[in-house]
Design a protein around this ligand. Sequence first.
Ligand SMILES: Cc1cc2nc3c(=O)[nH]c(=O)nc-3n(C[C@H](O)[C@H](O)[C@H](O)COP(=O)(O)OP(=O)(O)OC[C@H]3O[C@@H](n4cnc5c(N)ncnc54)[C@H](O)[C@@H]3O)c2cc1C
Ligand code: SF4
Length: 327
Amino acid sequence: MSLPQFRLLRPRGIEHAVESLAKYSANIRVLAGGTDLIPSMRQKLFEPEHVLDLRGIAELRGIRPQASGAVTIGALTALSAIEKSPYLRQHFSVVSEAAATVASPVLRNMGTLGGNICLDTRCLWYNQSLTWRKGCGFCIKKDGNLCHVAPGGTKCWAAFSGDTPPALLCLNAEIEIAGPSGTRRMPLQEFYTGDGENYRKLQPNELVTHAFLPAESADYRGVYRKLRVRGSIDYPLAGVAVVMKRSNGYVADARIAMTAVNPAPVLVHRAGEMLIGKTVDEALADAAGDLAARTAKPLTTSALTPEYRREMIRVFTKRAVLAAAGN
Ligand SMILES: Cc1cc2nc3c(=O)[nH]c(=O)nc-3n(C[C@H](O)[C@H](O)[C@H](O)COP(=O)(O)OP(=O)(O)OC[C@H]3O[C@@H](n4cnc5c(N)ncnc54)[C@H](O)[C@@H]3O)c2cc1C
Ligand code: SF4
């Protein structure tokens, strides 16, 4: 599958990048590592006239701990750097653990945190070649007006399938977005819409520049568990992140988030809250798993059945809660 024709733009700074986005916003795509964008362009899911390559913007790279204990991570930071960072592994381990499960080592060297946060939603009926999609009929997410997964519906249910966002949600991460009127900061939780078609709140003339992990989220014990078909390289088909802080054997704070079973990564507030003030045992971990499974809404967007994926959310949540509690 060949790439469509496009003009490559290589800005050297954020300001220059934003100017280019504003100028060509009618049909431009941002390229970071390209590990998802390039295959999608080959499948003719995107046919931009311009591609904005961020890789020359040095200020978008790097993991910068602050004196306060917070940390700033540039959007262009490679997932392998996040996986291997001694600082993140010590203080924000869940995000390193989640990054380490993305795809394969080569893809983690190319793939970036910004690309993982902005990752397109996925569906069996969408991530296919143009010939395949033509043969089966287009759908709401691209070129059509019906949904093969939820016939009769008007919403796209393609699943958000990035591994690091649930870990970032557990850490109450914020992101910075640069656009024509300057930068704005928002909680990552507010970035996703829950609609598989227009899945993120990002204008065509904006880009994600940084992620921020607050000092208050440092030193939680974290666990990430993921279901995939091929253990060496695949996207998650269900994923659960758990972070926990304990005091005198009791849970002082806990947060649980899921990925790949809804059109957005989801923080399951009640599942985390139900652990607080208690000692973790099998029954409590089971109850948290049940709640998480009830929040998951997997549909037939992937090779595994929705029932199995929901069940694995239950199982992974239970296991991750027990592991985070050190049981
Ligand atoms: C075989 C294979 C297996 C994979 N397995 C996994 C997996 O297990 N888990 C997983 O999470 N992902 C997986 N991926 C997807 C991908 O490799 C990762 O999600 C990676 O983090 C994407 O980052 P990137 O920098 O390559 O993004 P790109 O491909 O460059 O971009 C992805 C999307 O984000 C947009 N974008 C990128 N950066 C920015 C920015 N700073 N601001 C605004 N928009 C931006 C792009 O325009 C594009 O829409 C897999 C990919 C392949 C090919
Ligand atoms: S969920 Fe429906 S509309 Fe969305 S990509 Fe799949 S088939 Fe298309």
